[in-house]
Design a protein around this ligand. Structure first.
Ligand SMILES: NC(=O)c1ccc[n+]([C@@H]2O[C@H](COP(=O)([O-])OP(=O)(O)OC[C@H]3O[C@@H](n4cnc5c(N)ncnc54)[C@H](OP(=O)(O)O)[C@@H]3O)[C@@H](O)[C@H]2O)c1
Length: 263
């Protein structure tokens, strides 16, 4: 299927590693011009080089910490000046630290709210108006299955992801008639640096080996294994394309069947 992504400009935040990088690669392979943004210049340079090598496409990178309002404003103003706007945006950032409902510090709550909730609000406020001027657009946020089924010791994720989904469903209702479609994709456990860190944390807390924790976690997934970043990227790439013409306001899990609620 031709996803008709050639001539489109797609921004992927948190695009230098893990799930964001996998999305940026696949979107570039489909012919879009890709902009990646994250905090660390070294990660960005290496990601841009690997995306260009694999796709032969055009990639630009921007240093931007999406937990900071001022950095999102600078990112938007740079992109508006150079390109006049974007056609699509994958909203993504690092996950919040582990911790329980009572023990998380006030500072960690503030940081998670900025990085994993307000970032989505601010990125939409900065870029969705330009999509309207260009005649339409697509937004996909990478959140987590924790929005459907709380994950033990991850209260910051369990809480902020629901906020993002509520915000995006509201926005989807406001801009659908402008040709702008907005969805969330909810990864289950997927093999990235983030998952490795969480498995190590769980092994340490439970005084078990990482291998034992990994085995138990994989057995709890109906397909019997963790996901690959490219498997999530396949759905994101479809949703960000104009081939997605009638799906909006949805929160779709890519989790090997991990969440078993009927809806
Ligand atoms: N992997 C999983 O199993 C899984 C499951 C459910 C949900 N998720 C969620 O999916 C998202 C991506 O996960 P991942 O596994 O790909 O994580 P990852 O491997 O840690 O990659 C995170 C990416 O985000 C960037 N980043 C981190 N903080 C940022 C910030 N404040 N502003 C801009 N960029 C930032 C990082 O680059 P820099 O260091 O250069 O900034 C990196 O490119 C996270 O929110 C995670 O919680 C992941």
């Amino acid at each position: 299927m031709d996803l008709q992504l050639r001539e489109k400009i797609i921004l992927v935040t948190g695009g230098s590693k893990g799930l964001g990088l996998a999305c940026a690669k696949l979107i570039a392979l489909e012919g879009a011009t890709v902009f990646i943004a994250s905090r660390n210049e070294k990660h960005l340079r290496s990601a841009a080089a690997s995306i260009m090598k694999e796709s032969g496409g055009t990639v630009s990178w921007f240093k931007c910490d999406v937990s900071k309002e001022s950095e999102i404003s600078s990112l938007a103003s740079d992109i508006m000046k150079s390109n006049g706007g974007i056609d699509g945006m994958v909203i993504n950032a690092g996950g919040p630290p582990p911790g329980g409902a009572i023990t998380i510090s006030e500072e960690d709550w503030r940081q998670a709210l900025s990085q994993n909730l307000l970032s989505a609000v601010r990125l939409c406020k900065a870029f969705v108006p330009s999509m309207k001027e260009r005649g339409g657009g697509r937004v996909v946020a990478i959140t987590s299955v924790s929005a459907k089924q709380p994950i033990e010791n991850l209260v910051l994720s369990n809480t902020t992801r629901l906020g993002v989904i509520g915000y995006l469903k509201t926005l989807a209702g406001e801009v659908g008639k402008d040709g702008i479609l907005i969805n969330s994709v909810l990864p289950g456990p997927t093999l990235t640096g983030r998952l490795e860190g969480l498995l190590e944390d769980q092994a340490r807390r439970q005084d078990r080996t990482v291998a034992a924790v990994k085995e138990e976690r994989q057995q709890a997934i109906p397909v019997g294994r963790f996901g690959k970043p490219s498997e999530l990227a396949a759905l994101v790439t479809f949703l960000i394309s104009s081939r997605n013409s009638y799906i909006t306001g949805q929160a779709i899990a890519v989790d090997g069947g991990y969440v078993q609620f009927p809806l």
